[in-house]
Write a protein that binds this ligand. Structure first.
Ligand SMILES: [Zn+2]
Length: 323
C-alpha cells in the first residue's frame, strides 16, 4: 500500500508517520477528557437554509485577494474579510496568533476562532468545533487554492449565517479557520504543515471548556471526484454521515478513505476530540497543488450538498463513545 500511497499524495505518504505524530501530540497535549463532556447536537431542519450560491460567492471574494500563504498580504485581507463577514452574522471572532518554526525559518501564523454572540461566556461544554484551513500553499507560480482551502472556507461562512438564525444552534458550535495547514515543503511531515491545528489543540490546555467533537472539511468543492471520510472516525459518526450523504445524491461516491489522511483533524483527534474529516479525493485531481486550482474547479451545487450534509450530521450524530 505504501507504494500506491506514495504515488497518490505526499500527505498520504506522511500517514506512515502517524504513530510518531500521535506520540508527539500526546506528550504535548492536556488530558482533554478531564473537561470534555458529551456533545450536544444542533436542532434538526437547518440544512435546507444552506445556500451553495452564497458559499460560492464567499470563495469568489476570497480568491480576489490572491494567494494567501501564512503572513502574506492575501492572508491579512482574508482574515479581515472573515472577521467582517462573521460579525455581520453575529459571530465574535478572536485571532489566535502564534509563531512557529518552519523549514523557511520562524513564521507568524493566525488562526481565527468564532463563537456566536448568543453563546454563554463560560459554557459548561462546547459541543462542536467545525473547521477548515484558510491558507494557500506556497508554490513557485501563483496558487489560489480555490478548492484547496477556498471551498471549505466558503462553506463555513455560509454555515455561520445559517446557524445564526437559531441561537440554540449557533451556541453549540465553534468555527475555526486554521492557518498553516499546508507544508512549506512538498508534503506534510511531523514537523512541517498543520501548524494552526496543532497550535489550536495545544492551546486547549488554557481553556475552561473545549469541544466534545469535531468536523473538518477540506477540498470539498469539486463534484467530479469522490468524497472521502476518515477511516478512524468513530463508528457512530461514520454511519451517521453515510446516511446524511445519501440525502444529497452526490454525483460521485461518498465513501470511507481506504487509508488515513493527515489533515487538520489529526491534532484534534490526538487531543481526544473525536472527528469527522471530509475531503475530496485530491490524489486524483490533476490540478491539486498546481496553479490550475482555480474557481472553475468549485461548484456551487457541490458546496450546497456538503454544507447541508454537515448541518444534518451536526444535528444527528450520536455520541462518539470514548476516543
Ligand atoms: Zn493543500
Amino acid at each position: 500500500m505504501n507504494k500506491v500511497v506514495a504515488i497518490l499524495c505526499p500527505s498520504i505518504l506522511a500517514a506512515a508517520t502517524i504513530g510518531l505524530t500521535r506520540c508527539k501530540e500526546a506528550s504535548e497535549s492536556p488530558a482533554v477528557s478531564a473537561g470534555r463532556l458529551g456533545h450536544e447536537n444542533i436542532p434538526a431542519g437547518l440544512a435546507g437554509q444552506f445556500s451553495g450560491d452564497r458559499a460560492f460567492s464567499h470563495v469568489e471574494d476570497i480568491l480576489e485577494f490572491g494567494p494567501r500563504p501564512p503572513a502574506s498580504e492575501g492572508m491579512a485581507k482574508t482574515l479581515a474579510y472573515l472577521e467582517e463577514t462573521l460579525a455581520g452574522f453575529g459571530w465574535e471572532t478572536t485571532r489566535q496568533g502564534f509563531k512557529a518554526a518552519t523549514p523557511d525559518g520562524p513564521v507568524e501564523f493566525s488562526n481565527l476562532l468564532a463563537r456566536h454572540a448568543s453563546a454563554p461566556d463560560e459554557p459548561a461544554s462546547l459541543p462542536w468545533v467545525v473547521g477548515g484551513h484558510i491558507d494557500s500553499k506556497i508554490l513557485p507560480e501563483p496558487f489560489l487554492g480555490a478548492n484547496d482551502g477556498g471551498s471549505s472556507t466558503g462553506i463555513l461562512l455560509e454555515m455561520a449565517r445559517v446557524l445564526s438564525s437559531d441561537p440554540s444552534a449557533a451556541s453549540k458550535v465553534e468555527l475555526v479557520f486554521f492557518d498553516g495547514e499546508e507544508a512549506f515543503r512538498p508534503g506534510i511531515t511531523p514537523t512541517d504543515g498543520l501548524y494552526g491545528s496543532k497550535y489550536f489543540a495545544h492551546a486547549l490546555a488554557r481553556r475552561s471548556s473545549w469541544p466534545a467533537a469535531g468536523v473538518v472539511l477540506d477540498i470539498v468543492g469539486d463534484p467530479d471526484h469522490d468524497l472521502l471520510f476518515n477511516p478512524e472516525a468513530p463508528e457512530p459518526f461514520a454511519s451517521t454521515v453515510l446516511t446524511c450523504a445519501e440525502r444529497q445524491t452526490f454525483a460521485k461516491p461518498f465513501r470511507v478513505s481506504p487509508f488515513p489522511i493527515i489533515d487538520d483533524h489529526v491534532p484534534l483527534q490526538n487531543s481526544g476530540i473525536p472527528c469527522l474529516h471530509v475531503i475530496g479525493e485530491f490524489g486524483k485531481m490533476n490540478y491539486w497543488h498546481t496553479p490550475g486550482d482555480t474557481l472553475d474547479k468549485v461548484d456551487a451545487g457541490m458546496l450546497e450538498k456538503v454544507g447541508r450534509m454537515t448541518l444534518d450530521f451536526l444535528a444527528e450524530a450520536p455520541p462518539a463513545g470514548d476516543p
